[in-house]
Design a protein around this ligand. Structure first.
Ligand SMILES: [Zn+2]
Length: 308
């Protein structure tokens, strides 16, 4: 039996559990992520672990890459079974304690300005209800026993993982790298899907820096939160970076024909109305922050204008 296994989520796409790493050590088992909450998802993970000879009762520590429901919703199940120690970054710890705070890092209210006809009141979207009712992947809260930050080391069995702070998708998102074994748990930064990003979570600037940080590591294997194990680092990272720049280029191309309303740009980037209020608005805002910093675009109220 290998001492590090990855249990894949049901599907690579939301709503589905994140992949979960299970590592053996002398005291039992350590998990990276707890997967989705809710009966269906949690039961699947628990029985899968049992069938693999990884009894959930033996889990003594759970490390979370960030406080999102598909990664930590399942923690309520494990807290009941084995009272594991919970480790998360110091930046995401408040959201783990109080998931209502996710409304801020998701920048949910930002969409109200551009899509007033949707009629969201001050509360905007009730994220926690959305996770529970629509996605079937409820969020759970947990009091972290330990918080970590960039450069900290976490020993997990034979593996000594270094913490990389990799924001973009969540302000305190962390990836884990064992430089000796040349393996990395990338979380949502690298994987089959490009994670959404919002200004308060680090935006596209944070995302690009995070990709660079992982790219600089000498790696043979990347374990992503969503999708298959990656052995071709450059290709996988290049693909994600390519998608981010594809969005940026689309904005610049649109602006070649003159100024555009923010909303027009959202609709161009995200033709599906389901994606416009979130995460379309937040992703576009992230790109405009980058482009404005680079003096390529500017804004007057909701009108986005090209520079030069
Ligand atoms: Zn996430």
């Amino acid at each position: 039996m290998e001492n590090l296994v990855m249990i894949k989520g049901e599907r690579p796409l939301w709503p589905s559990s994140s992949n979960v790493l299970v590592i053996r050590d002398g005291d039992g088992l350590i998990m990276v992520e707890a997967g989705c909450g809710g009966k269906e998802f949690s039961q699947r993970l628990v029985s899968k672990m049992r069938s693999m000879g990884l009894p959930p009762e033996k889990v003594h520590t759970i490390v979370l890459s960030h406080a999102h429901p598909d990664h930590m919703g399942g923690i309520s199940t494990f807290l009941k079974i084995s009272q594991p120690l919970v480790i998360i970054s110091e930046i995401d710890a408040p959201s783990a304690r109080n998931p209502n705070l996710l409304t801020d890092s998701f920048d949910v209210l930002m969409g109200k300005e551009y899509f007033p006809e949707l009629g969201f009141k001050d509360s905007g979207l009730d994220l926690l209800t959305l996770f529970e009712k629509i996605s079937n992947c409820p969020m759970a809260s947990a009091e972290p026993d330990k918080t970590v930050k960039e450069g900290d080391k976490i020993q997990m069995g034979d593996y000594l993982f270094e913490v990389l702070h990799t924001p973009g998708h969540s302000p305190g998102h962390i990836s884990l790298v064992d430089r000796e074994e040349k393996i990395c748990y990338s979380g949502d930064v690298v994987g089959d899907v490009v994670a959404w990003y919002s200004p308060s979570s680090g935006g596209v600037l944070g995302y690009l820096t995070s990709l660079e940080k992982i790219e600089k590591c000498d790696l043979q294997k990347i374990y992503p939160s969503h999708g298959e194990i990656i052995t071709e680092k450059e290709k996988a990272i290049g693909r994600i970076r390519g998608k981010l720049y594809e969005r940026e280029n689309l904005i610049l191309k649109e602006l070649e024909n003159g100024p555009r309303q923010f909303r027009e740009l959202v609709e161009k980037m995200f033709p599906s109305p389901n994606q416009q209020f979130f995460p379309g608005v937040q992703i576009l805002e992230s790109h405009l922050i980058k482009l404005e910093k680079e003096k390529k675009t500017t804004r007057q109220n909701h009108l986005v204008m090209p520079l030069k």
